[in-house]
Design a protein. Structure first.
Length: 182
């Protein structure tokens, strides 16, 4: 990212903020017992899964844990002229709580894109890939920060102009792990 028109595209949940505690609290309220995020992803019907996420990201958003290492990196990049875009599969209806977290922890960014409410809780990787290909046209260099290894693999095989892209897998408690994919 040296002098070129560059963008850092950052996922929100479990990348910029770790949401394990939000999901756990919401699943207790909605289902009656604590579920992990992986267990919630498998819930059927999808409306039940959506209900857990809705409660987690509205009522329990204050349980989110900021990824301070990544937030610090974003501050340096913003000062150096790199565009920062948050691309979240969260629906637009969670905007208020999401923006409150960003302000509270002084997360620097230029733009945030939420998913339309009517598209909520579908396959996030498909929705994100469509957005990534549109965004990439405007930049020489694109670095994606994402927690889901499967999403990174999906993006890697679906992006137009793969030479522009660099992928970084982010994991809770272990910080940022670089994953270069060609």
């Amino acid at each position: 990212m040296n002098g070129k028109k560059s963008v850092a595209i950052v996922d929100f949940d479990d990348t910029l903020f770790f949401v394990r505690r939000c999901i756990g609290a919401a699943s207790i309220e909605v289902i009656g017992h604590r579920l992990s995020r992986a267990q919630v992803r498998k819930l059927m019907p999808k409306e039940l899964r959506g209900r857990v996420y809705d409660v987690a990201f509205s009522k329990y958003s204050d349980l989110s844990v900021p990824n301070r290492e990544l937030i610090g990196m974003l501050s340096k990049w913003k000062d150096s002229g790199i565009s920062i875009l948050i691309l979240t599969a969260r629906p637009e209806k969670t905007k208020r709580e999401t923006m409150m977290l960003l302000r509270k922890y002084r997360v620097p960014f230029h733009r945030i894109i939420f998913r339309d409410n009517e598209l909520a809780y579908g396959r996030d990787e498909e929705w994100k890939l469509g957005k990534l290909n549109g965004i990439a046209d405007k930049y020489d260099s694109v670095t994606i920060y994402e927690d889901k290894h499967d999403n990174i693999a999906y993006f890697r095989h679906g992006v137009a102009n793969p030479e522009k892209f660099r992928f970084v897998e982010v994991k809770e408690k272990r910080g940022i792990q670089l994953g270069h994919f060609a």
